[in-house]
Design a binder for this molecule. Structure first.
Ligand code: COA
Length: 342
């Protein structure tokens, strides 16, 4: 594989943004719908609250558009400057077309290309990797990458679905990647993996539908048919996640001749606070070297990394020259990492 020095260009994160719905749903709110408790949820996942849309007010694409607007404006650009759109989600508004084209439409952009990524929790990492390749080859200058997720309308909010439903939240995050000729800074490398053998361990099996209509379809559905709801083999996912997170972070460091001691900021996909804490302990990282916000947003799947990255950056926790690592694991199974010199 070519190294960074063999490219003429590098991609840098030029702007970041995120959007979460205003509606806060606490663990106590969920306890009114299903047999669960604040204590159980916090102990197992670290989650205190999450955001859910008010039905009809937002869609996956509308949240993505809001995050994208912020990222584009933070980059000092206008939608006209964007050359390509990458949209990662497992919860598209429609079964097809995917939400990438809705961003082109709603931001009144030129007829630039738009691609949709279906890699669930690792979707944003895959998206950054894809955008990075277009930039490094010189094909595009400014690429918009979005991760957005509308989970709340498709979850089983009864006791039957409690092991899955308490974890997930709605939201969106976005970055603009910009082509630069400074090869010292920007995306140093990305590392992607899959293992389809475990495809069914975290999945929605039934025919897919758009999240705009999902609740209506469920109402018309056989109430005992759970195949329309996400299924998760929680313990198996947890065990695989901790192994793959560690492997793919190490792979990224080794590729760049770096060590764990070089990490300034690790942004893990916000799957479960206990997974992030396990990794932090394993790599002997301090609280300042890992950013978590799952306590307030739950697991927002493809949106979790760009939301966390934007927040960490807004709080001044990421500085020029820092080594930042993004790492994700999820349904597929798929996993990946991105190594960035900020
Ligand atoms: N509230 C209260 N009790 C619950 C519950 C809830 N929301 N969900 C499950 N339970 C119960 C179970 O029914 C079970 O009861 P039992 O012992 O009487 O059978 C008990 O709690 C333990 O359930 P279990 O599923 O074994 O718990 P766990 O320790 O594996 O924790 C997860 C469940 C989902 C929190 C955990 O497995 C996990 O986080 N896995 C990884 C998930 C993840 O990261 N997914 C995203 C990947 S990208």
């Amino acid at each position: 594989m070519p190294t960074i020095q063999e490219h003429m260009y590098n991609s840098r994160i030029a702007g970041l943004g995120f959007y979460v719905p205003e509606n806060v749903v606490t663990n106590d709110d969920l306890s009114k719908l299903m047999d669960t408790s604040d204590e159980w949820i916090q102990e197992r996942t670290g989650i205190k609250e999450r955001r859910h849309i008010i039905k009809g007010e937002e869609t996956t694409s509308s949240m993505g558009v809001k995050a994208a607007k912020m990222a584009i404006s933070n980059a000092g650009l206008t939608p006209d400057d964007i050359d390509f759109i990458v949209f990662a989600t497992l919860s598209p508004d429609y079964y097809f077309p995917g939400p990438g084209v809705m961003v082109q439409r709603d931001l009144e952009m030129k007829t630039v290309g738009a691609v949709d990524i279906r890699n669930q929790c690792s979707g944003f990492v895959y998206g950054i990797s894809l955008a990075d390749q277009y930039i490094k080859t010189g094909m595009y200058e400014n690429v918009l990458v979005i991760g957005s997720e509308l989970h709340s309308t498709g979850l089983d909010m009864t006791t039957r679905g409690r092991d899955v439903s308490v974890i997930f939240g709605d939201g969106a995050g976005s970055v603009v990647l910009r082509r630069e000729e400074n090869l010292e800074k920007g995306i140093l490398s990305s590392h992607l993996h899959s293992e389809g053998q475990h495809a069914e361990e975290l999945s929605v099996i039934a025919p897919a539908m758009g999240t705009r209509w999902v609740t209506d379809i469920l109402e018309a559905n056989d109430p005992d048919d759970t195949s329309y709801f996400p299924y998760m083999n929680g313990k198996f996912v947890f065990k695989n996640a901790v192994v793959r997170f560690s492997e793919v972070i190490r792979e990224g460091l080794e590729k760049n001749n770096l060590g764990v001691e070089d990490i300034d900021m690790l942004i893990p996909h916000q799957a479960n606070l206990r997974i992030a804490q396990f990794i932090q302990k394993k790599f002997k990282l301090s609280d300042d070297q890992v950013y978590n916000n799952i306590m307030y947003y739950g697991n927002t799947t493809a949106a979790s990394i760009p939301i966390a990255l934007t927040e960490a950056w807004q709080k001044g926790k990421i500085k020029d020259g820092d080594l930042v690592i993004l790492a994700a694991f999820g349904s597929g199974f798929t996993w990946g990492s991105v190594v960035i010199r900020w």
